[in-house]
Design a protein. Structure first.
Lengths: 561, 253, 256
């Protein structure tokens, strides 16, 4: 028996990953609240921390983005949930490499601790944003926090690349090699398709980020000039020694960075499909199309990175090329959305059924995911057009876009997954009333926080500004907007306390759950592990004799019916 | 039953037709025990004698795919940097890229690495010889290990020679005045590319040492096969990467 | 050019939160922005209405209206919208970026430095003098490092405010001294990063006199929020007299 702490059991590791993400999201949210409060009251000292200097604000922005994107949105929906349920969903006993799974978790935890250490080194955390463009990130003298803080950031993200790479290898080997007999490609739950595609993307792009980090580290400490151009003059010292190109970093980083955001959102899309099937009590119309669209989004996501660089000095013809590929992604995304919408409105096959879909908390959060995916996704085509992006790039319009489509959709999908799979983790159900309250307060708070940011962006307010008033402009027209956003953000953060209470209370005192409390059809809900070949599709709900019946995947399809 | 190479014609289990029809025929000479008779009551499926091996090979394949992307990123940075330049005071576009002549010892190193791939492959195949594997599986000594071990030691030696040769190449460059932190980008790339590859090869040598130890420590023949097989694929891949990287450094400067 | 269909600028903005537009291409851009926002707001609203209806209604009959052909019809309606968005924007992008500035465009160099914008006019020889980073010294009045040995730089005027004549196309030559900055003039609908090691160009035509803030749109360090300047668009006569005054002051300065 292995030591409990270094367990290789997939479900416990899944819970550990989710706890890691939970701790990170709490820290990240706290950082964002500090940012929001500072923006509306720039000269008021905050309790304990005191007055935030401009570099402190930028450090908060950098760390908020890094923590949230990497440790929350890349870990929880992908390897967190996959560790939790993937083996069972395909009928395997464990992941393909359980010890690798454990190693991946501990490396991720180490990466988190290294990153958080950046707050405590002299001069503090880095200030170059989660994208850390050189030369700002390549020259320690270019700003406070770009010394030891930046090194810790690089070390942390390097470790994280390693962790993600191992996790992706594990998930891919599991999906491709460990499926039970009869679990063909068209019988996979949509979540498994999503994890498959995300793992392939992870494998391809995190390596490129690691290469970029190695090159940046070399520029910082080993005297090379990959990113720093000749004659670069910082603080009176010429630091550029060779013909480095900052654009090289942009290309390498965004080649990673764009698929990264699809890695963050694709598992949520698969989960949404699963939850809609479960709670609308119907199969997925156009299952093959939905799966193909996930593949298409993943593949297209690899060729659109230039849309982050329209105004960064790239060839304008390249801008057009990237605009076309980016606009093309709108098509599979639209197909997915239409598929979900029709799942919610089409009646279950077989005939009439008097009551429509049910809406317990997991379903509500899946609907919230859909709402944010649509709202945030629709501003994508605007930003995909270089002419319009030449005004909106790096304004709060972009901040609104990615917070809605990635952060809110992603976190709502994480909430949906937690509420849904909570009985598997603890044997109890989460409190339904608190769950519904959490949902409604969160969706109102989230819309209230991020929708008005579009308006700030249209007014031209740039990102990473620690205050609205400057030597040339005051943005006074949107101060009220900003105050509203801050209030909504505080409201949103407060609503999450309900969730925290619910999770920890229900884990001990929640209502014990029946086996398969959601009447799901996928294999993780199978009451007993000993079943044979899989004969059924993942979402076989139907009407027979005016009654809703469902065939879980673990039932064999008898030929005598 | 562990995986083997066999020259006998084997009929693989046919798909179940579902409605009657002939039962699947298994004409393997050894009776097919271990894979299909479900003696430990494991859930049946498309698993055969190669189940564990396939799983580990898949893992190695995906890990190497990620590694390939890492090298692709470095190589693309190479090409970008090679074509970078700036306008000098007379508005001429000048590049600070000066092609670095690779030390000739690199040719020898390449030959050594290719040879080591050969020895590694021979070692790998020794562990799949059917007669020896069956003997080991039945607990009658370790003939396969005895065949493979010398070849693995040879690979170890050749790999270490390769790394020593790379170190010599570095020393030669240092003597000529090209350090890693010379202001010369082709110098940076040389050290970076050979260094990164060298680190990978060092990991490969460590894996080789581990596999060698495992051949005597591990109790199941399947695990021994996996240890050597995965090391071998990793080794070959590092060899193939080296051929491309060497070609890059030697001919594309 | 779509400028033929000139719309009063205020109609485009008054519903859109955009600052007043003062440039020629901005009219078409604002109109495109408006149509884009209308289109996506309609789609977003429709999707949410569909969602809410799905939550509230109890399907009692086999709604052929939502069946698969309807889904494909919707997709077939949305795809042309995406194509139209892409094509209209592409026209605008090509018009402003594919071709360089016209030969009569005025040239001004913009240099971004932590945390200050400098603007350099080439003077009557219409040529920029060579700059060297080693010579840069703001304290002695040579922040860009103009090389005194280059005669073309002797009449260059360096200013910390950008002054442009209305109605004349200007070609901005963008440089950066240290890190990546972003030149952003919201009122001119212009944005382009300034990348150290590269010289980038962006051109536009200011049409409406006024003052417009210039912001930095790429995080560049602790002074990022303060890195601002002012663009003053004035009548051509005023511009000429301003530039002449600055050139006189420049020629009276001792050689750097």
């Amino acid at each position: 028996m292995k030591l409990r702490l270094f367990t290789t059991h997939h479900r416990i590791l899944g819970i550990l990953y989710l706890l890691l993400s939970l701790a990170t999201v709490a820290i990240g949210t706290l950082l964002s609240l500090l940012m929001r409060i500072h923006r509306v009251w720039p000269d008021t000292p905050l309790p304990i921390i005191g007055l935030l200097k401009p570099e402190d604000y930028l450090a908060l922005v950098t760390m908020h983005g890094t923590l949230m994107i990497f440790f929350v949105l890349t870990i929880a929906p992908q390897v967190g949930f996959a560790s939790l349920v993937l083996p069972e969903q395909i009928g395997a006993r464990n992941m393909a490499f359980p010890r690798l799974n454990a190693a991946s978790f501990w490396i991720a935890l180490a990466a988190l601790l290294v990153l958080l250490a950046a707050f405590f080194v002299p001069k503090g955390a880095p200030i170059s944003g989660w994208t850390s463009y050189p030369p700002l990130s390549a020259i320690p003298a270019a700003g406070p926090g770009e010394g030891a803080g930046m090194d810790l950031w690089l070390a942390s993200i390097g470790l994280f690349c390693l962790s993600s790479w191992l996790a992706a290898v594990n998930i891919l080997a599991t999906i491709l090699g460990e499926r039970r007999a009869g679990m063909t490609w068209t019988r996979l739950p949509m979540t498994v398709w999503a994890w498959l595609i995300t793992s392939i993307l992870t494998l391809l792009v995190f390596a490129v980020l690691l290469a970029a980090i190695v090159l940046l580290f070399s520029d910082r400490h080993l005297g090379s000039s990959f990113f720093v151009p000749a004659g670069d003059l910082i603080n009176g010292t010429i630091v550029g020694r060779g013909d480095g190109s900052p654009l090289l970093w942009l290309h390498l980083f965004w080649f990673f960075g764009h698929p990264e955001v699809y890695i963050a959102v694709l598992p949520g899309m698969g989960l949404a499909t699963s939850l809609f099937a479960n709670f609308a009590r119907r199969d997925v119309p156009g299952y093959r199309i939905m799966a193909t669209m996930l593949v298409a989004i993943g593949l297209l996501g690899l060729v659109v990175w230039g849309h982050h660089m329209f105004v960064s000095g790239m060839n304008p013809y390249a801008g057009t090329a990237f605009a076309l590929t980016t606009m093309a992604i709108a098509v599979p995304s639209t197909v997915e959305v239409l598929g979900w919408l029709s799942m919610l409105t089409l009646p279950t096959p077989g005939g009439l059924w008097s009551s429509g879909p049910r809406f317990p908390t997991p379903m509500l959060f899946a609907l919230g995911f859909l709402s944010f995916f649509v709202a945030g996704g629709l501003t994508g085509p605007i930003l995909a057009q270089p002419a319009l992006d030449s005004y909106l790039h790096n304004t709060f319009f972009v901040v609104a876009h990615f917070h809605m489509v990635m952060a809110m959709a992603g976190t709502f999908s994480i909430f949906a997954g937690i509420y849904y799979w909570f009985p598997l983790m603890t044997g109890r159900l989460m409190n339904e009333t608190l769950g519904k309250l959490h949902f409604w307060l969160s969706i109102i708070g989230a819309w209230g926080t991020f929708f008005p940011m579009h308006l700030s962006g249209l007014a031209g307010e740039p990102r990473h500004y620690e205050r609205l008033t400057g030597p040339a402009t005051s943005f006074s027209g949107i101060v009220a907007n900003e105050r509203g956003i801050t209030s909504a953000a505080l409201f949103l953060a407060a609503a999450q306390l309900i969730f925290l209470w619910n999770v920890f209370w229900s884990a001990r005192r929640g209502r014990p759950a029946q086996p398969n409390p959601w009447q799901a059809t996928t294999l993780e809900w199978a009451p007993v592990a000993a079943f044979g070949r899989i004969d059924r599709g993942p979402y076989e709900y139907e009407i027979a004799l005016n009654e809703m019946i469902f065939h879980p995947q673990w039932e064999s399809a008898s030929k005598q019916e | 039953m562990p995986a083997t190479f066999t020259r006998h014609p084997v009929e693989i289990e046919r798909k179940d037709t579902g409605i009657g029809g002939k039962p699947p025929l298994d004409r393997r000479p050894t009776g097919g025990g271990g894979g299909d008779d479900n003696w430990d009551n494991r859930p049946s499926g498309r698993r055969g004698p190669r189940e564990l091996l396939t799983r580990y090979r898949l893992g190695v394949l995906f890990a190497l795919a990620g590694d390939l992307m890492f090298f692709v990123a470095l190589v693309s940075a190479f090409f970008v940097r090679q074509s970078a330049g700036h306008f000098d005071a007379r508005e001429n576009y000048v590049s600070d890229w000066h092609a670095l002549a690779v030390p000739p010892v690199l040719w020898i190193n390449t030959a050594i690495l290719i040879l080591s791939s050969l020895t590694m492959e021979i070692a790998r195949r020794q562990l799949f010889r059917e007669i020896d594997v069956m003997d080991e599986w039945l607990g009658l000594g370790r003939p396969a290990v005895k065949r493979a071990a010398p070849w693995m030691v040879a690979t170890f030696v050749l790999g270490s020679l390769f790394l020593a040769g790379q170190w010599i190449a570095w020393e030669q460059l240092v003597q000529q005045g090209f350090y890693f932190n010379s202001p010369d980008p082709s110098s940076h790339f040389f050290y970076l590319i050979t260094g990164v590859h060298g680190v990978h090869l060092l990991l490969g040598i460590a894996a080789l040492a581990g596999a060698l130890a495992g051949m005597f420590i591990l109790r199941r023949i399947e695990l021994r096969q996996i240890a050597v097989d995965c090391t071998a694929w990793y080794w070959h891949t590092m060899g193939i990467f080296w051929i491309f990287l060497f070609a890059l450094l030697a001919f594309f400067q | 050019m779509s400028a033929m269909l000139l719309e009063p600028v205020c109609i485009a903005q008054s519903h859109l939160w955009l600052p007043p537009n003062g440039s020629l291409h901005g009219i078409a851009l604002d109109r495109l922005m408006r149509w884009n926002l209308i289109a996506i707001c309609v789609c977003c609203l429709a999707a949410h209405v569909w969602l809410i209806v799905a939550k509230l209604r109890r399907p009692r009959s086999n709604h052929a209206a939502y069946s698969t052909p309807f889904r494909w019809a919707l997709l077939a309606a949305l795809c042309p919208m995406y194509v139209w968005l892409a094509v209209t924007a592409q026209h605008l992008w090509a018009a402003s970026r594919y071709a360089g500035p016209s030969l009569e465009a005025m040239q001004v160099e913009v240099v971004g430095e932590q945390f200050q914008w400098y603007f350099r006019y080439p003077g009557s020889d219409a040529a920029f003098g060579v700059t060297r980073p080693a010579l840069a010294n703001a304290a002695t009045g040579n922040p860009l490092g103009l090389d005194a040995r280059d005669p073309r730089g002797s009449d260059d005027v360096v200013s910390s405010a950008l002054v442009l004549p209305a109605g004349r196309e200007v070609d901005l030559r963008l440089r950066s001294v240290d890190v990546i900055h972003g030149l952003f003039i919201p009122g001119m609908r212009v944005k382009e990063n300034t990348v150290p090691g590269l010289v980038l160009h962006v051109h536009f035509t200011p049409t409406t006199p006024g003052t417009y803030p210039i912001l930095c749109s790429q995080v560049c360090g602790l002074g990022h929020a303060r890195m601002q300047a002012v663009l003053s668009v004035v009548s051509p006569a005023e511009f000429d007299s301003w530039l002449a005054a600055r050139e006189r002051a420049r020629s009276e300065q001792p050689a750097q």
